[in-house]
Design a protein around this ligand. Structure first.
Ligand code: ARG
Ligand code: ZN
Length: 875
């Protein structure tokens, strides 16, 4: 049965303390939980106590020290009911027996490469013991962990270490951990294993000395420096920018190789997918380094936004996730180039969240109903959720935003709260009515914002007419107008910003217009020259902007806008229009041509040394095939999109070949590899140009790709060359793939790249190759990273081949997901979200996709996770 927001009730009983005693053994773990319980004041005496469970086996049960008789309780794998609990406070002792090795769902307690670990968010704690497994049940935890010394010399829990030692007369030992901060069960964690440790320390602004430890498999100690450095910078940044200091004596991070998501913010004991911890220049790309920095920061920032202040219920997931993504984005922006980071974030938003919002899986940032909460850890909750916080800051200004955050921390520390409570803090701090703004949490879909401009020279007046539209989405046929922040600048012909004497028709916060009505006319008066309006600077709202600016205005902005984000966006928008036209042409077998003005803009960008290389690289990267498909919106033919984009790239590569070649040479490494933003930016530009060289018609340019591969002394360059060789099917491809495989055979994270690059090759033989690779010794269907690298990359990263005209791509992915569902429903459901845009395909492909979905829907034993995705896709 679905869970609904309006059905929320506070728990009938409270749990104040939890004592866990966990005795580990490979096929059997005994968990004794001692819970201090109390009836809530508004609960009638005698009300049954109902605890959640999932796949549990109860092996002992007592209440206030007395073993319970049969009639006193009922038990099932998913539920324990105490029929008539005492009216006053009481203690319940529950023993469950688990098999960590049999746990392939990777939720609850499981073993990954011999290490015992846990994942409890969202509802995994109920797979460990019967509990009130809901985020508004906050308790203080003490955890005793016991295991054989030889098997698990390291025993970790939440909070601070209390004591540890041998269990006399046995080959076992134990450790006790205590976490003084009340927390919901989803933040519980424990780890036990034979792990290596890299240590450092940090002194907080409050004078607390914190021991920092990163635990990894033996042999990986040398790959933790970047993660540790990122952690220390995160801790300092949160003090400086948000006034938040760490609150325990230790901060532990554990890297495990089997993990469904990126990482988890368990109190004092973060558990990470090893992909977001381990980095060496030989095995990690610049993108991997940036990802580690971001995820380490994200999980650390959760300590305040998520842990100290948590969610009342899972509908409020964005309260912690959207806000924490916003915080990690700001952190990375401060560590690197703010403009480059913003462009990267918006690219991600458009490529992942916009399609979600436009298809059958669309849902509000705060959903109102779910069948399976794990299916709501989405780009909408995370990335659009972060955009909503960013808009709030934009509308009320930096100072009021900081005051609102301070109030939020002061008022709600130690609570499980809601979006309403969060917004109230900003309303109070700013005095701005946020009623209409709160619709961003309620209404799904990406608003379309149309802008028409009229300039009257004599009057010195520019009139902008804004029209907002929000299409119906699942269960939301009618939409209300949104409160949209539109940051605007007016660029004069001589390269300077024009300042209007007055702005009428909209409230403003600095250079931000408040657009609130379906049609809103804003007049800028007292202008001394013709302005080119630079709209939605910094992407001030997650909308689809359709302005009436023509190609020459946009290319003017691309070269002159003072806002670097809009420089990038203006060029992208010209390119997108051209690519859509080229796609229509490709479908009619016409040759693709690129306008001379656009060629000139590319050439200028490649050669402009006044701009940072990372920014130039982004400007030169064409929108992806999925982005083009999304903008076309209906009856998409992915082969035509691919053909158009390929021809377009070739035309640019050929037209400005000498400029590309010269800049490629100029961006050669200056010194030894370093992952810093500046060096990474130079590599990004050089490797973007390499992509053009590999896809151009000049054989000498093509040959450089092979040389680049052979000369590379770091993963960024090696993998960039391997990608071009594989995707452009250049001579030397097979030798390079073999050399790479030989070199990295024993490095699983590096082999993921090898799987991925082959799975995303836009050629007819790819499906067969992917099928073969499922039998490769380095592949394992039980490991989420391997599955994502091979099948996930094929489904979500290969437009033309997943969407093959014969439907074989759909069938393959559906079949794989169907098998995976028996083992790991969460991973299977995630894989199936690749079908989210099926309705936008041309009729033939649409029919094949629908048939694959219907075939799955007809299966009787799908998991709740899978059925939810499949049925929503079909609705
Ligand atoms: N809270 C974690 C993070 O943001 C994600 C955990 C998701 N887990 C899940 N089972 N859905 O970083
Ligand atoms: Zn998070």
């Amino acid at each position: 049965a679905p869970v609904r927001l309006e059905d929320y009730r506070a728990p009938a009983y409270r749990i104040s303390t939890v004592h866990l005693d966990i005795r580990l053994a490979p096929r059997s773990a005994k968990v004794r939980a001692r819970l201090a319980l109390e009836r809530a004041s508004d609960t009638a005496p005698g009300t049954p106590l109902v605890l959640d469970g999932d796949d549990l086996r109860l092996t002992a049960l007592s209440l206030d020290g007395r073993v319970l008789a049969d009639g006193d309780y009922t038990v099932a794998p998913d539920r324990l009911e105490i029929v008539s609990p005492p009216t006053g406070p009481f203690t319940l002792e529950i023993e469950t027996t688990l098999d960590p090795d049999a746990n392939t769902k990777l939720m609850g307690l499981y073993r990954s490469n011999g290490t015992y670990c846990t994942q409890c968010e969202a509802e995994g704690f109920r797979r460990i013991t019967y509990f009130l497994d809901r985020p508004d049940c906050l308790a203080v935890y003490t955890t005793r962990i016991e295991a054989r010394v030889g098997e698990a010399p390291v025993l970790l829990g939440n909070g601070n270490p209390v004591e540890s030692g041998p269990v006399p007369g046995t080959d076992r030992h134990y450790a006790i951990w205590h976490d003084p901060h009340p927390k919901p069960a989803y933040l519980f964690a424990m780890v036990a294993g034979d792990l290596a440790c890299v240590s450092d320390s940090f002194r907080t602004c409050e004078g607390r000395d914190v021991a920092l430890n990163i635990y990894v498999e033996h042999g990986n100690e040398g790959a933790c420096d970047w993660a540790m450095d990122s952690l220390k910078r995160s801790m300092r940044w949160d003090e400086e920018v948000f006034g938040r200091a760490y609150d325990l004596d230790v901060f532990n991070i554990v890297a495990v190789s089997d993990f469904n998501m990126g990482a988890m913010e368990n109190k004092g004991l973060n558990i990470f997918n090893d992909k977001y911890v381990l980095a060496r220049p030989e095995t990690a790309t610049d993108q991997d380094y940036a990802g580690i920095e971001t995820v380490i920061a994200h999980e650390y920032f959760h300590n305040w936004t998520g842990n100290r202040i948590t969610c009342r219920d899972w509908f409020q997931l964005c309260l912690k996730e959207g806000l924490t993504v916003f915080r990690d984005q700001e952190f990375s922006a401060d560590m690197r180039s703010r403009a480059v980071k913003r462009i990267a974030d918006v690219r991600l938003l458009k490529s992942h969240q916009f399609p979600e919002d436009a298809g059958p899986l669309a849902h509000p940032v705060r959903p109102r109903l779910y069948h399976e909460i794990n299916n709501f850890y989405t780009a909408t909750v995370y990335e659009k959720g972060a955009e909503v916080v960013r808009m709030l800051k934009c509308l009320i200004g930096d100072e009021a935003f900081r005051a609102g955050m301070d109030l939020y921390f002061r008022r709600h520390d130690g609570e499980a709260t809601t979006i309403e409570a969060f917004l109230a803090c900003f309303q109070e701090a700013s005095g701005l009515d946020l009623g209409q703004f709160s619709l961003w949490y309620e209404q799904a879909g990406t608003p379309v914002l149309k802008v028409d401009s009229v300039y009257e020279k004599e009057a010195g007046r520019l009139t902008l007419t804004f029209r907002q539209q929000l299409a119906p989405s699942p269960k939301q046929p009618d939409k209300k107008p949104m409160h949209i922040p539109v940051r605007v600048g007016l660029m004069g012909e001589n390269d300077e910003e024009l300042a209007p004497a007055a702005i009428t028709g909209a409230d403003t916060t600095g250079d931000v217009l408040h657009i609130r009505t379906p049609v809103q006319t804003v007049v800028f008066s007292g202008l001394t020259g013709r302005p080119v309006p630079s709209l939605l600077r910094g992407f001030s709202a997650p909308v689809s902007l359709k302005s009436d600016l023509n190609e020459s205005d946009l290319l003017f902005l691309a070269a002159h806008d003072k806002d670097p984000f809009n420089r990038w966006e203006a060029l992208q928008s010209v390119v997108m229009t051209a690519l859509i036209a080229a796609t229509a042409g490709a479908a009619r077998q016409e040759a693709v041509t690129v306008s001379p003005a656009l060629i000139a803009a590319f050439a200028a960008n490649v050669a402009d040394d006044s701009l940072e290389p990372a920014f130039r690289a982004l400007c030169l990267q064409l929108p992806g095939e999925a982005d083009i498909a999304r903008e076309i919106g209906h009856d998409v033919d992915p082969d035509a999109v691919h053909a158009a984009r390929t021809a377009f790239r070739r035309a640019i590569a050929d037209d400005i070949a000498p400029t590309i070649r010269a800049t490629y040479e100029a961006m050669r490494d200056e010194a030894e590899f370093s992952p810093d933003a500046r060096s990474a930016g130079r590599r990004a530009l050089r490797n973007t140009l390499l992509d053009y060289l590999g896809h151009g018609s000049d054989p000498a340019g093509n040959l450089l790709v092979q040389t680049h591969f052979e000369a590379s002394d770091n993963m960024t360059d090696r993998f960039a060359a391997l990608s071009v060789l594989t995707h452009a099917a250049l001579p030397g491809r097979d030798a390079a793939l073999a050399a790479y495989e030989e070199r990295y055979r024993a490095v699983p994270l590096a082999m993921d790249k090898w799987f991925m690059v082959q799975a995303t090759a836009p050629t007819a033989s790819t499906l067969e190759r992917v099928r073969q690779l499922t039998g490769h010794p380095a592949f394992s269907a039980g490991n989420p990273n391997r599955v994502r690298a091979l099948i996930g990359a094929f489904a979500s990263g290969n437009q033309s081949q997943f969407n093959r005209a014969d439907g074989a791509g759909f069938d393959f992915v559906a079949d794989f997901a169907r098998d995976l569902d028996r083992r790991n429903p969460q991973a299977a459901a995630r894989m199936m979200s690749a079908f989210r845009s099926w309705r936008a395909l041309e009729p033939g492909r649409r029919a094949h996709a629908e048939a694959a979905l219907r075939r799955l829907a007809a299966e009787t034993d799908l998991s709740v996770d899978m059925r939810d995705i499949v049925e929503r896709c079909l609705q």
